[in-house]
Ligand binder design. Structure first.
Ligand SMILES: Nc1ncnc2c1ncn2[C@@H]1O[C@H](COP(=O)(O)OP(=O)(O)OP(=O)(O)O)[C@@H](O)[C@H]1O
Ligand SMILES: [Mg+2]
Length: 384
């Protein structure tokens, strides 16, 4: 037997993973491990109404972290593509956070243009009349349907795009789907004006319960593993709901870790729980690794200030001047925006307090000791 054959045999004797893709939480959902939740049908029926009878209703999908908003919508749209012809612009507002940038991205413009010219180009690209001029075969009944998905829409700094799309007849073939995990987005941010012209339907993704998480995990195990233990999966799902906010990413990664070796049977409940904790830490470490320097420094400052505070609280009125002293002399609006972005990534949470007639934010980190260690390590490696 050749060397590689020997290794191959040893590999298959110990390795229990059949398909690695199944446990990659960043990859799209495949049919084999898709688990339907009732809101999916709700979205599909809204799409059908639009495709079939031209009834357009914009959608706002709201739900907590890891409830499947992004990946399920992608799945639904891919599935709809097998029957209908339409164009999707799937944009994450973390990367394109102004209406101007969103329009620039949609039309594929490279140059910086004055706002009115950009809007004209946007109108030409998505509006109805231009299509009929350039393609006389397109009749009124043959609409060229466009769907714009704005994921993490609460990070958008202005609402011009909503006005543009809803007020202008030219865009009546354009459907908007917004995704957010911030309740304040539809409670406070969207002005009544926009709310009334958008006429969106709110679709809420509740946190998964243990039974739903079991379904999701079992399907993944079935397709991704040679062997697994159902009772262990049930237990993981239970802990996932109780201790990890029903963020199903933690459960998926734990299944991979627990079952990756063929001798998984001897695992105790304590080991399982610490494994889940470790997976959660790893998920957060990966998020930390992807942060830009200004956000890394901000996180470290929050940690430093709260560690030296007698009540272990970091307040924004203390944090902002310290942040500027570190060389990040940004306007207050940017500073608050960074905090919001970090909150969205589930790395901290903010509480608004009224102090001496002004509003102050309390900033609380949602990081474990190991995450702080990682943060320090990254900052050190960058030479700060
Ligand atoms: N119903 C489901 N079927 C299969 N996989 C699912 C389902 N729901 C969630 N998942 C998986 O859970 C993970 C988290 O989903 P997703 O990224 O879509 O969450 P999200 O709601 O967009 O979270 P965030 O608010 O952080 O953006 C993904 O790996 C996704 O594949
Ligand atoms: Mg998402």
């Amino acid at each position: 037997m050749s060397d590689i054959e020997l290794l191959k045999e040893r590999f298959h004797n110990s390795n229990n993973i059949k398909d690695d893709y199944v446990f990659n939480i960043d990859k799209d959902i495949k049919k084999e491990f898709f688990v339907k939740r009732k809101e999916v049908e709700n979205i599909q029926s809204k799409l059908l109404e639009f495709f079939e009878i031209g009834k357009r209703q914009h959608l706002l999908i709201y739900g907590g972290v890891g409830t499947g908003k992004t990946k399920l919508l992608k799945y639904i749209l891919d599935d709809a593509h097998t029957v209908y012809n339409f164009k999707v612009h799937f944009i994450n507002c973390r990367n394109y956070n102004t209406s101007y940038q969103v329009m620039k991205k949609i039309i594929g413009e490279q140059k910086k243009l004055p706002a009115d010219i950009m809007f004209q180009k946007f109108q030409l690209c998505l509006g109805k009349s231009q299509k009929r001029i350039s393609n006389p075969k397109i009749e009124k009944k043959d609409k060229e349907i466009k769907i714009i998905v704005l994921d993490e829409v609460d990070l958008l700094k202005d609402d011009t795009i909503f006005y543009n799309i809803t007020r202008d007849e030219e865009f009546s073939d354009v459907l908007l789907i917004m995704i957010t995990n911030k309740q304040y987005f539809y409670d406070n941010i969207l002005t009544n004006d926009v709310k009334s012209s958008l006429q969106y339907q709110l679709i809420v993704f509740d946190a998964y319960n243990a039974t739903e998480i079991i379904d999701i995990l079992l399907k993944r195990c079935e397709h991704g593993l040679h062997n697994y233990d159902k009772s262990v999966v049930n237990y993981i799902a239970g802990i996932n709901t109780k201790l990890h906010n029903s963020d199903v990413r933690v459960g998926i990664k734990t299944c991979e870790e627990i079952f990756r070796k063929k001798d998984f049977s001897k695992i105790s409940k304590d080991e399982l729980e610490s494994c889940m904790m470790l997976e959660r830490i790893k998920i957060k470490n990966d998020i930390i690794k992807s942060l830009t320097d200004n956000k890394l420094i901000l996180l470290l400052l929050i940690h430093d200030i709260s560690s030296s505070d007698p009540e272990r609280i970091c307040r924004s009125n203390k944090l902002y001047p310290r942040y500027k002293l570190e060389g990040y002399d940004v306007a207050k609006s940017y500073f608050f925006q960074y905090l919001n972005e970090l909150e969205k990534l589930d790395l901290l949470y903010l509480i608004q307090r009224r102090e001496k007639r002004s509003n102050v934010l309390e900033v609380h980190l949602k990081l474990e000791e190991e995450n702080i260690e990682k943060l320090k390590e990254i900052i050190k490696a960058k030479g700060y």
